[in-house]
Design a protein around this ligand. Sequence first.
Ligand code: FES
Length: 65
Amino acid sequence: MAYEFKEDDVICSCTQLTKQQFLAAIKDQQITSLDQAREKTGVNVACGLCIYIVEKLLADSLSLQ
Ligand code: FES
């Protein structure tokens, strides 16, 4: 079973952005793509290791809109 990220879990170690902060940014800044997420939040632009959780949270968030 996959690990379920909690609201205050850091999803990108390089930026120290939490799941809650990232989801709020998607909503507040109307982010609709990975490129926009990178540009507006700084996630996934350094080491790149957070790609899977960033893509999943973005996809899940967009499917709810
Ligand atoms: S963990 Fe997100 S860019 Fe390094």
